[in-house]
Design a protein around this ligand. Structure first.
Ligand SMILES: Nc1ncnc2c1ncn2[C@@H]1O[C@H](COP(=O)(O)OP(=O)(O)O)[C@@H](O)[C@H]1O
Ligand SMILES: [Mg+2]
Length: 439
């Protein structure tokens, strides 16, 4: 631009008009150039602004990416830690599985916190040391423990265990029978309530008067009169734990097994207290001790002795009550019957006419009968029949009605049923002259 100015002035320096024109054109050129520069500058600024914005956006994007990778990294790190822990666990487990078996023993004597006499399952006794993980207070004679194979040191103590059979005797769902399902037997129900229910529910009454409540009751009487039923009803009405065992289950094959079962039964009963232990058909183990001839008889007697010892072992005010039931009180050992064992001996006789009527009422509660049925008369016709017979009669009467395709049972159905059951019953008598020891 300087060059142009210089050349133009060199050509026409003389003429003022020319000079003026020149000046005008130059100033116009300059203005244009200035405008141009301004435009350029604005454009440049705009470009720069845009670039800055772009960069800022890119920066944000990168930051976001960084955050994301950071989170990913942390996630992977925790995952890794998790896997490491699992590996360690599996390793220790596989080590445990590979470790040698431990010997089972029983503590027989504790000398001091560190030295204990144990009997190993093989028989011999050893003086051993116990692991430091075991609290010395837990070391008691009779506790089962595991022993190291080489040093025989006590590794850990085992919980006391009961025979699986004993657990089978626990009745978890209480029976459905209630006192309302029992016909007659009001006096007996009252007596058993007093002897079993009351001490469990209101021990304070006995404490105040100062007497020991009965430890147990023995129900006896002919078969089918409701002994088992009564025991079930007691279990239903009290909230006590109920353990049911049939005497014959306590008769075992090997020496000492039956006695052990009885001991464990009582132990579990104590542990679960309040408990009602119901020994049905107790004559299977409670028959009187005679000059025993066979080893089997002797084994049954050992079981009985354990039973007696177990009953003596209970506190009278304790929460364990025993109910026995038998059809053959005449063969029971006298020792079982003396006070202090079964304190109350409750006879459940064959029902009289009134009893039979109430039993019939119980068993016809759910039946549809027409008006002709006269239960009094049926009760009168069923002399010498027990509760089980009466139930069978009700069922047979229903069967007659079904056979005749009637909607309800008539009096005649009952009469036929009585005859039918009587005939069946006589047949039993012939087949089983010995009487009914196991009803
Ligand atoms: N007093 C009774 N009231 C109602 N039903 C009875 C009565 N006695 C016996 N039964 C019926 O006879 C069945 C057998 O009775 P159960 O209690 O097992 O006799 P057992 O005295 O031989 O143990 C019971 O399930 C019940 O249906
Ligand atoms: Mg019975």
């Amino acid at each position: 631009m300087g060059d142009i100015l210089r050349t133009e002035t060199a050509q026409d320096t003389q003429n003022p008009e020319d000079l003026y024109r020149l000046y005008r054109s130059l100033s116009e050129q300059l203005r244009d150039q200035l405008v141009q520069i301004e435009n350029d500058k604005r454009e440049l600024e705009e470009q720069l602004n845009k670039r800055v914005l772009d960069l800022e956006a890119r920066n944000m994007e990168l930051r976001e990416q960084l955050r994301q990778t950071d989170a990913d990294r942390r996630y992977i790190e925790t995952k890794k830690m998790q896997y490491e822990r699992e590996v360690r666990k599996l390793k220790s487990e596989s080590e445990q599985l590979r470790s040698p078996p431990l010997i089972i023993g029983t503590i027989t004597d504790v000398i001091d916190a560190n030295r204990v006499i144990v009997r190993s399952s093989a028989g011999p006794r050893f003086l051993v040391r116990s692991s430091q993980n075991i609290t010395p207070e837990d070391l008691k004679p009779g506790v089962r423990c595991t022993l190291n194979q080489q040093s025989l040191a006590i590794v850990e103590l085992l919980p006391t265990s009961f025979d699986a059979q004993i657990y089978g005797m626990e009745v978890v769902d209480s029976p459905q029978e209630t006192y309302a399902d029992i016909g007659g037997l009001e006096a007996q129900i009252n007596e058993i309530k007093e002897a079993v229910e009351l001490p469990l529910k209101r021990p304070d009454l006995f404490l105040r008067i100062g007497i020991d409540p009965p430890k147990g009751v023995l129900l006896h009487g002919p078969p089918g009169t409701g002994k088992t039923l009564l025991a079930k009803a007691v279990a239903h009405e009290t909230n006590a734990h109920f353990m049911r065992v049939v005497g014959s289950e306590l008769v075992q094959k090997y020496i000492g097994e039956g006695a052990r079962l009885v001991r464990e039964l009582f132990e579990l009963g104590k542990k679960r207290a309040p408990t009602i232990i119901f020994i049905d058909e107790i004559d299977a183990v409670g028959a009187s001790r005679t000059e025993a001839n066979t080893s089997g008889d002797r084994e049954v007697q050992r079981t009985l002795m354990q039973l007696l010892a177990g009953m003596d072992g209970f506190e009278n005010r304790g929460d364990v009550k025993i109910i026995g039931a038998t059809n053959r009180i005449d063969i029971l050992d006298r020792a079982l019957l003396r006070p202090g064992r079964f304190d109350r001996i409750i006879e459940i006789p064959l029902p009289d006419i009134k009893g039979r009527l109430s039993i019939l009422k119980v068993h016809t509660r759910a039946l549809s009968m027409d008006e002709s049925v006269n239960l009094e008369e049926i009760a009168a016709f069923t002399d010498q029949k027990n509760g089980a017979d009466l139930r069978a009669i009700c069922m047979e009467a229903g069967m007659f009605a079904i056979r005749k395709e009637r909607a309800s049972i008539t009096h005649q159905d009952f009469l036929w049923a009585i005859e039918k059951v009587a005939n069946d019953f006589n047949r039993h008598r012939v087949a089983d002259v010995e009487g009914a020891m196991f009803a």
